[in-house]
Design a protein around this ligand. Structure first.
Ligand code: AMP
Ligand code: MG
Length: 344
């Protein structure tokens, strides 16, 4: 199969590219589309055969459920039921964050095939704010299942070229919508009524909507900090993910790195500041600074997966990554870095 990349830059490109994507999706094909988080590999979420092609192209195990993207923020009832005891909180979250990078895990409707949810009674749902994605979803008029458009476990793609590097020859079409606005996958939460005045938001995956963003609406708690008071289903959250082929080591402290003779290294640095006790840039032949200068988290997030891809292509023996502060977006970036550093 040849993989076509179609542009969306000008109105006439956008129109013809969107209709070609919608035509393929209506036929039960898969198409890679830009979203504001990362590029997704989309299929009609209500067509089990189409969704099976996503798993095949990505070589994704079927125990890892997909996120469903509804065409419009008011379309939640296409795929999910909202329990009455959390309805008010869910409405407020949708009003504030949709369309955008927040995914809600809710009880699923019967029309959603088991392959989408890995047999779970719940479905993960969001509404994307990306113009190209929206046009396609609205032209098709159906929810789209769309995990990141990379091979399973590999680096998420934040450009059409990155999708091609991952899935060339395996999918018919990529719509090129340029770079992704956020560059990190959506925040995933489960809203729970725990009998307190505020609902609890269990953050299953940290992302662009931060703990601070969520606080006015409930009590967010990171899954890893959840006390053992109840079990929560966490499918597909594997310790190794987002991983380059090159081994990646995440430093805990500057002194942790002692180069081995004869080995080659590349450095992934947050801001490239030589005075913060971290590594001197000048000592490194190969570096990627995520946000040069003061180090801004949103810029680091946007460039993060691109940086991993670039460093991975250098052919060094090891990528060394500096940690960053685990606050705000730094929680999501550090989550990706830890998984990237874990051996498969
Ligand atoms: P992605 O690969 O970015 O589409 O993200 C899919 C991830 O969403 C999965 O790996 C799960 O961690 C999570 N997810 C999807 N559906 C569910 C669900 N029903 N319950 C809990 N987590 C889910
Ligand atoms: Mg993914």
């Amino acid at each position: 199969m040849t993989t076509q990349i179609l542009p969306t830059d000008f109105p006439e490109d956008l129109k013809s590219s969107v209709s070609e994507a919608a035509r393929l999706l209506a036929q039960g094909e898969v198409v890679a589309l830009p979203t504001e988080t990362v590029y997704g590999l989309a299929a009609d979420a209500l067509n089990a055969d189409a969704v099976a092609k996503i798993f095949a192209a990505k070589e994704r195990p079927t125990f890892d459920p997909l996120i469903v993207h509804i065409p419009h923020k008011n379309d939640l009832d296409m795929v999910a039921e909202v329990p009455e005891n959390i309805a008010k909180a869910v409405t407020k979250l949708i009003e504030r964050f949709w369309p955008g990078p927040l995914t809600l895990v809710l009880p699923k409707k019967a029309c959603v095939p088991d392959i989408v949810t890995s047999g779970l009674p719940t479905v993960a749902v969001r509404a994307s704010s990306n113009l190209v994605f929206n046009r396609v979803a609205r032209t098709l008029g159906k929810p789209l299942a769309a995990p990141s458009a990379n091979r399973f476990g590999a680096i998420s793609p934040t450009s059409a070229n990155a999708v091609r590097a991952e899935l060339d020859g395996r999918i018919p079409l990529i719509l090129d919508g340029g770079a992704c606005l956020h560059g990190l996958e959506s925040t995933i939460i489960k809203v729970e009524d725990v009998g307190e005045s505020k609902p609890r938001f269990v953050v299953l995956r940290p992302g662009p909507i931060t703990m601070d963003d969520l606080k006015p609406f409930g009590r967010p708690v990171l899954l890893k900090n959840l006390k053992g008071d109840h079990k929560i289903e966490v499918p597909g959250q594997l310790p190794s993910h987002y991983a380059p082929r090159t081994p990646l080591r995440l430093l805990e402290a500057p002194d942790d790195f002692i180069p081995e003779h004869g080995k080659t290294y590349a450095l992934l640095s947050f801001c490239g500041d030589e005075e913060d006790g971290y590594l001197k840039l000048a000592d490194w032949k190969q570096t990627f600074v995520l946000s040069p200068g003061k180090g801004k988290m949103p810029e680091a997030a946007v460039r993060f997966f691109f940086a991993l891809r670039e460093l991975d292509n250098l052919g060094v023996d090891e990528i060394i990554a500096e940690p960053m502060q685990e606050r705000g977006l730094g929680i999501a970036i550090m989550d990706r870095l830890r998984r990237a550093a874990t051996k498969r």
